[in-house]
Design a protein around this ligand. Structure first.
Ligand SMILES: Cc1cc2nc3c(=O)[nH]c(=O)nc-3n(C[C@H](O)[C@H](O)[C@H](O)COP(=O)(O)O)c2cc1C
Length: 391
């Protein structure tokens, strides 16, 4: 058991795990469970970390390593690091205006930021606050063609370059903590209301002065009396299109002129279909273990998917990335970059923009160090020969 420092100063957190420790202390229990929890027994959640742990490294020695190269060209843009902030909904429950803080932290470091359909800040608010953001938008396929078209048009109007269609959450995973904590959608149970009172710093940072945040992107589609968090949660629950299939994705391919990625792929046969449809990329993801418990770790699925997709699609990977060496392993197995979910959420929860930036800097520092220690200072030269793995 590690002993982390006991203060509140997040800049002294040496790792993502230490930021998580601080976030857990700062947040009321319901918000911490929302951030950290997985589905059912959390087997997949645990497997995501184990998958990375099971991959060994094969270092070489006597290799000069005073300079490391971590750059990547992704979708025609040079990134200083092979990472982007992935889509997470309802971020302002962790820290007021968290989407904007995350977007600023990513932009300061030359990295893309992905806004969720169910974000708390809207597309327009993010772009107004961070005009230079490299903004990606995550779409949940919705039953109402008009609402979906309106979201796409808004994403285009604010200059989103890249659209991620999430396919693994058309029905919500079995998250018992969610049902336990809320007596009705977004209505806290009494036990949790008392717990909130025991966290005045969080109340000041997240709730004050407007109360529970609502979902910014959905506001134009909600009746006036339902523009609350509860109203938005009800709306999105009813709107999820459970009929989503490959034909719907083909129609979206025709409609969306920008880059289109499918998020939630774990099987090489699905990657083959994505190639046939002319998609630009995939996100190999199990939604951070929040959907199907028992699904494999994303990292375990990467080699087979890379074998069918490489050269034809860009490959991103998420779920369980907590160390620079995880990013190194993903790149060695064929990923172009990783998406960060909880890693940057821990940061934003403890320190807004600076906290999210600290999480990104911790991962960047660890990645450079791992490359130097491995004896391969250039990320672009990595392949599976640098790994000790049966994958
Ligand atoms: C609190 C939370 C909210 C999320 N919300 C969304 C979302 O709105 N849309 C989506 O496509 N994925 C969502 N995800 C999944 C993430 O995009 C990503 O796949 C996952 O967090 C990666 O796992 P990791 O957090 O263990 O790195 C969410 C994840 C978390 C933890």
């Amino acid at each position: 058991m590690r002993r982390y420092h006991s203060g509140r100063d997040f800049t002294r957190a040496h790792s993502i795990a230490e930021l998580a420790h601080l976030a857990r202390r700062r947040l009321p229990h319901f918000a911490w469970e929302y951030l950290e929890g997985g589905a059912e027994e959390e087997h997949t959640l645990a497997r995501n970390r184990q998958g990375f742990a099971d991959i060994g490294l094969a270092p070489r020695t006597l290799v000069p390593c005073s300079t490391t190269h971590t750059g990547r060209t992704l979708f025609g843009r040079d990134l200083p690091l092979p990472m982007a902030i992935g889509p997470t909904g309802y971020n302002a429950m962790l820290y007021r205006d968290a989407d904007i803080h995350l977007a600023r932290a990513a932009t300061e470091r030359g990295l893309p930021f992905t806004l969720s359909t169910v974000s708390t800040s809207s597309l327009e608010e993010v772009v107004q606050a961070v005009p230079e953001v490299n903004l990606w938008f995550q779409l949940y396929c919705l039953r109402s063609a008009q609402v979906q078209e309106s979201l796409l048009a808004r994403a285009e109007a604010v200059g989103c370059s890249t659209l991620l269609l999430t396919s693994d959450a058309v029905v919500l995973g079995n998250r018992e903590w969610d049902r336990r904590n809320f007596s009705q959608p977004r209505q806290l149970s009494w036990r949790n209301k008392f717990d909130v009172l025991a966290h005045p710093r969080w109340m000041l940072q997240a709730l004050w002065p407007k109360g529970m945040p609502s979902m910014g992107n959905l506001q134009p589609y909600l009746p006036a009396e339902q523009r609350t968090a509860a109203g938005a949660a009800h709306f999105i629950g009813a709107q999820m299109d459970t009929a989503l299939d490959w034909d719907a994705l083909a129609r979206l391919r025709d409609r969306w002129q920008g880059r289109l990625l499918l998020k939630g792929v774990l099987h090489p046969a699905d990657a083959e279909q994505a190639v046939a449809l002319g998609l630009d990329g995939l996100v190999i993801s199990n939604h951070g273990g929040r959907q199907l418990d028992g699904a494999p770790a994303s990292i375990d699925c990467l080699p087979a998917i890379a074998a069918v997709a490489q050269g034809k699609l860009s490959l991103l990977l998420d779920s369980g990335v907590r160390r620079g060496s995880d990013i190194l392993k993903a790149c060695a197995l064929g990923a172009d970059a990783v998406l960060l979910g909880r890693a940057t959420l821990y940061g934003v929860a403890v320190g807004g923009q600076a906290g999210a930036g600290h999480a990104l800097d911790v991962l960047a520092r660890e990645l450079r160090l791992a490359l130097a220690l491995l004896g391969q200072p250039n990320l672009a030269q990595l392949d599976r020969h640098w790994l000790n793995t049966r994958l």
